[in-house]
Write a protein that binds this ligand. Structure first.
Ligand code: MG
Length: 362
């Protein structure tokens, strides 16, 4: 099944409310979508969110990568020789993980469609349903409390609280949310690189002393500071999850070797897609380290690909796939069904998401 063209377009979906982290504020999902067309009439879809502040990938750089490097490298290749196509995809240029992820998922979509199977069944078939948390944006405390209560009312029993802008005052936010939602709701804290190592230890110990029962703290220190990450992990009881520190399988290997974190957050936009993400899954499994699956601000198209990976791999024990819940509408049909905290895998072949509308298919 030969690749005859790779095309692109844009999709724009408003968010239910602005998304705010220590790094940015966003009002809408404005993503590039790609479709890979084969000589047998099958079409695979992928999505690339420009998240410059994390991946370095902008809309212009994504388009350039797809048009000038990836498309010419892959045209004429056989999708069913997946290993060779993936080597080519990852070898045709360094970095640029977001456009690679979009094309990678479109290729996996095709590969599974051709075998008449939903993708997760070919990736390990570990489970048919996932539960996702919901992100609570950084805002004044009363708003974060009311957003948290609203999420719990919608059926979310795990909340991911964004902090990282106010040092020790962040403990007050978490305390206020914990008092409001009670003990049964699981709370995760994501500092998005906002703290120094010393500050992290101080803040996390303060949360431990107040017995706020935090499930994990995500990326307390800057991405490049592995010494700092290790420093924090060794000094607190709360599990530390590496996010921005782990893009590639090489990054994961170093974190695992040093035990610089207790868990790894895998995102397709950091790894460059499913092929590289599977390598991290296998390494983590061998090290006895659990993974979370996460996403950027993405619509259900690419989040569905992440859901297939998580449903396939038992080492992925936690899901932070709230992109579709944050979007005000879903223009697609088919694929995994996102309903509040529940993600139910469907029997649709491939990744399953169809009817992808967008401004231009170039
Ligand atoms: Mg994070």
């Amino acid at each position: 099944m030969k690749i005859v063209d790779i095309q692109w377009g844009r999709i724009s979906l408003p968010l239910v409310r602005p998304f705010k982290t220590a790094l940015r504020t966003v009002e809408a999902v404005n993503d590039i979508v790609v479709r890979v067309i084969t000589d047998q009439g099958l079409v695979g879809y992928g999505e690339a969110p420009p998240t410059a502040v994390i991946t370095g990938d902008t809309e212009a750089s994504i388009l350039c990568a797809v048009q000038d490097y990836i498309r010419p490298a892959l045209i004429g290749m056989d999708v069913m020789d997946l290993e060779a196509v993936m080597q080519k995809l990852h070898g045709c240029m360094a970095h640029n993980t977001t456009p690679k992820a979009a094309v990678d998922m479109a290729l996996y979509d095709l590969w599974a469609q051709a075998q008449g199977q939903p993708l997760y069944k070919l990736l390990g078939n570990a489970r048919t349903e996932l539960r996702t948390d919901l992100t609570i944006s950084v805002n004044p405390i009363p708003q974060m409390v009311s957003d948290s209560l609203e999420a719990v009312q919608q059926g979310f029993d795990v909340l991911k609280i964004k902090v990282g802008k106010e040092g020790l005052a962040d403990v007050e936010r978490i305390d206020a949310i914990r008092q409001a939602v009670g003990e049964k709701v699981q709370l995760r804290v994501d500092a998005n690189q906002g703290w120094t190592p010393e500050q992290s230890v101080e803040i996390i110990r303060a949360m431990e002393e107040k017995d706020l029962k935090i499930e994990l703290v995500e990326q307390p220190v800057p991405a490049h500071d592995l010494d700092g990450l290790e420093f924090v992990t060794r000094r607190v009881h709360t599990p530390i999850l590496a996010d921005e520190s782990v893009f590639s399988p090489q990054d994961a290997r170093e974190i695992l070797r040093r035990r610089a974190a207790d868990m790894i957050n895998i995102k397709l936009m950091k790894t460059g897609g499913i092929f590289q993400a599977l390598k991290i899954c296998h390494m983590a499994e061998q090290s006895g380290v659990e993974c979370m699956i996460g996403c950027m601000l993405e619509s259900r198209l690419s989040v569905a690909a992440a859901a297939h990976l998580a449903a396939g791999q038992s080492v992925i024990t936690r899901a932070d796939l709230d992109g579709p819940s944050l979007c005000a509408r879903d223009p697609y049909h088919g694929g995994p069904i996102f309903d509040g905290a529940s993600i139910a895998m469907s029997e649709d072949v491939g990744i399953g998401v169809r009817d992808v509308p967008c401004e231009v298919w170039s």
